[in-house]
Design a protein around this ligand. Structure first.
Ligand SMILES: [Zn+2]
Length: 260
């Protein structure tokens, strides 16, 4: 009888212990997002007349941050820049790493000599599959020429060498799967809710995504060279739609990650 009682009390003790186990909130918890408006300062990015990529992406980024703060108050929003300033590509990644961000979203605008080209693309770090994909990454990376000591900072990386790109793009990204999930969600939102033409989720060697140690994507929100799309991405309505779509993708990504 004493043995039975002892076993029962032991059982109750263990049940209580289990009931009071603290919830492991740190695991996969998405607490901080870094939003990176591309270019800035002396680097205008893509240009069409007096319309600059750096201004459009700053507006979309600030709108995205505002929506996240309003709807997900537990998430800390950090911008790599919140005004018209020049920041190196490596510094952008460093800001994300220093803040222990759980997601990094870089926002850009595209351009093409063919003015009928239009649509959105979301990029993750990896090896390019086509010459056009390589060219876009080279264009976005060429901004390092404006940075001081870029040869030293980027380990002698030559942004004009396709060979250098291949070696650098083979760099193993521990967060590739999660980056792809986030990228897919963003493109789906653009197509289904904002009626954008998706050019897909793609991979190439973007320097800004290279050193980030969290799921990271680079979004091309549309073409400044296309009349209709330029009107959309420079309008307040268009920018709010795009930012809302990115927000919903991030919110669902956060939910998915935290439920795993
Ligand atoms: Zn850009």
């Amino acid at each position: 009888m004493i043995k039975v009682l002892r076993n029962i009390s032991l059982l109750i003790f263990f049940m209580m212990l289990m009931a009071f186990q603290p919830l492991n909130l740190s695991k996969n918890y998405v607490k901080t997002i870094v939003i990176d408006p591309g270019h800035g300062g002396q680097d205008p990015g893509c240009v069409f007349g007096t319309t600059y990529e750096k201004d459009i992406v700053l507006d979309i980024a600030l709108e995205l941050g505002r929506i996240i703060k309003e709807n997900l108050p537990d998430v800390k929003v950090v911008y790599t820049r919140d005004k018209d300033t020049f920041i190196g590509l490596l510094e952008r990644a460093e800001i994300a790493n220093k803040n222990n961000a759980n997601a990094f979203i870089s926002i850009h605008v595209n351009a093409n000599a063919n003015t009928s080209a239009l649509g959105t693309e979301t990029w993750v770090m990896g090896l390019h599959k086509t010459e056009a994909n390589l060219k876009l990454a080279m264009k976005e990376n060429s901004v390092i020429f404006l940075e001081e000591n870029y040869i030293e900072k980027y380990d002698g990386f030559d942004p004009n060498s396709p060979e250098a790109f291949i070696i650098f793009s083979l760099y193993q990204d521990a967060f590739l799967d999660q980056s792809l999930i986030l990228a897919e969600k963003i493109e789906n939102e653009f197509v289904n809710k904002v009626q954008r033409k998706s050019r897909g989720v793609k991979q190439a060697g973007f320097l800004v995504l290279w050193k980030t140690s969290m799921p990271s994507v680079l979004i091309e929100t549309g073409f400044i060279s296309n009349d209709e799309e330029r009107k959309f991405i420079t309008s307040k309505t268009g920018q709010v739609y795009l930012a809302s779509a990115i927000f919903r993708a991030f919110r669902d990504f956060k939910k998915e990650l935290e439920s795993n």
